[in-house]
Design a protein around this ligand. Structure first.
Ligand SMILES: Cc1ncc(COP(=O)(O)O)c(C=O)c1O
Length: 437
């Protein structure tokens, strides 16, 4: 049931300027156990001149998160998942760190765009059937060899796409396309009747990996450089879902079985393929599994991205707690009644199974929640809870997206906060006119 009451609350009078006016709301935040007062005050004062809606990245939190990812990676290089930041300027800065090297792109279009902006060593994580982009890739190899763009394959059909694009690319004959085999990281039990993990590659066994490697080696137009396997069932699934102790136990049991099984199978698949060809890279893991995947000797590099922004879906892991670095501010535009404040917009849902975990999370001031009936709306989002009574039209509410880079599809720029001030405004992919997926 909606908690929306019938009588509107009288607007507050004699309010002080924006950066200072939410004294009651700041005091309430100060009284909460996690003492969010300094954060709220810092955010409000630093952004007093900005008009919401806007998105912000707290650089102090981002760099703390980067250090923690590096610690968990235990000196294994981390390939940066571009889709999880979707901001070229931030990606460039992260890639200057010693712990990060190379980019994981989500489409070939993204990879080509980044390559033209000077990014190097770009692994496209998902197979492509985009022939114009493949044609451009074959030309890029001669033009920008340092970009080292590698495409993902898990089927001979994708090799045929590459051959078709190469043969229509014209003279001179294009250089071979760098390819990487996607090895399924899912867990299978009961002879395959139970399958846990994302439905990704059909290449599951070491023998299947070796067979695809042979098919690659038999073609002139492609060059095998690596194997990638992404264990989404551990890397992207929190093992401490709040208020669900039984589910937590089940997740931990399956993750533990799956991690053990994958470590053995991945090592066997890598060994089987290495017998046929040298490999430059064996990529695995994600934000949620860095500390586990880093233990596997067969893996030469890890991938992460989301852990830098620290979105809400990454609150429920026992092994780490990223700081919320990416936030968005929405203006309160009406007060339907006691205990409810309504902000403009807010319906920035995350992709994946359509459950409540995909909704944005009210962050500050503390003590607000979404209305179960309305969720987060296209044009307005009612927020309910005691803290709503301290909010008036023109105040802001700070929210977090459930996922990382998807936030950047909603905003053309990110305001960068360092210490207690905004130091820069940088464009997102969208802000640069790019919309890859
Ligand atoms: C292939 C692959 N590896 C790794 C990751 C992990 O990225 P993140 O750290 O952003 O969760 C992803 C994210 O979806 C992915 O698609």
């Amino acid at each position: 049931m909606s908690a929306a009451p019938s009588q509107p609350r009288a607007p507050k009078r004699g309010r002080t300027p924006r950066a200072h006016r939410s004294d009651a709301q700041l005091a309430r935040a100060d009284a909460t156990p996690n003492n969010t007062f300094p954060d709220l005050q810092r955010l409000e004062q630093a952004t007093a001149d900005l008009t919401p809606p806007f998105a912000l990245v707290d650089l102090d939190a981002l760099w703390a998160n980067a250090s923690d990812l590096e610690r968990r990676a235990a000196r294994r290089p981390i390939r940066l998942a571009g889709k999880s930041l979707r901001c070229r300027s931030l990606q460039e800065r992260v890639l200057q760190r010693d712990g990060f090297s190379g980019t994981l792109a989500f489409t070939l279009g993204e990879a080509l765009w980044l390559a033209r902006h000077g990014f190097e060593d770009i692994l496209v994580a998902y197979p492509t059937a985009d022939r114009p982009a493949l044609r451009e890739l074959t030309r890029l190899e001669a033009e920008l060899p340092r970009a080292r763009v590698t495409v993902m394959v898990d089927d001979v059909a994708q090799l045929e796409e590459i051959d078709a694009a190469r043969s229509s690319a014209g003279d001179p004959p294009a250089a071979p396309v760098r390819v990487c085999i996607d090895l399924d990281a899912g867990y299978r039990a009961l002879g395959g009747r139970v399958a846990i993990g994302a439905k990704r590659s059909p290449v599951h066994t070491p023998a299947q990996a070796a067979a695809l490697a042979r098919a690659i080696l038999a073609r002139d137009g492609v060059r095998l450089v690596g194997i990638m396997s992404y264990e989404s069932q551990t890397a992207g699934l929190g093992d401490a879902p709040p208020g669900r102790p039984l589910r937590a136990l089940a997740i931990r049991a399956i993750q533990s079985l799956s991690a053990r099984e994958l470590a053995v199978r991945r090592a066997q698949a890598v060994a089987a393929v290495r017998e046929l060809a040298p490999l430059e890279l064996v990529n695995g893991g994600g934000t949620g599994s860095l500390h586990l995947t880093a233990r596997e000797p067969a893996v030469t590099e890890l991938t992460a991205g989301s852990g830098l922004y620290g979105p809400a879906l990454f609150d429920s892991y026992r092994a780490f707690t990223p700081r919320p670095a990416a936030l968005f501010a929405l203006p309160v535009v009406r007060r339907p009644g006691p205990g409810v404040a309504t902000v403009l917009g807010g319906g920035y849902l995350a992709s994946g199974p359509a459950d409540a975990a995909r909704l944005p999370v009210p962050h500050l001031p503390a003590g607000l929640r979404l209305d179960r009936q309305e969720g987060a709306g296209e044009v307005q989002t009612p927020l309910i809870g005691d803290a709503a009574d301290d909010l008036a039209v023109g105040d802001r509410v700070w929210l977090r997206h459930a996922k990382a880079g998807e936030l950047c599809e909603r905003f053309a720029s990110l305001h960068l906060l360092a210490g207690d001030r905004i130091v820069e405004e940088v464009p997102t992919y969208r802000g640069e006119g790019q919309c890859f997926l």
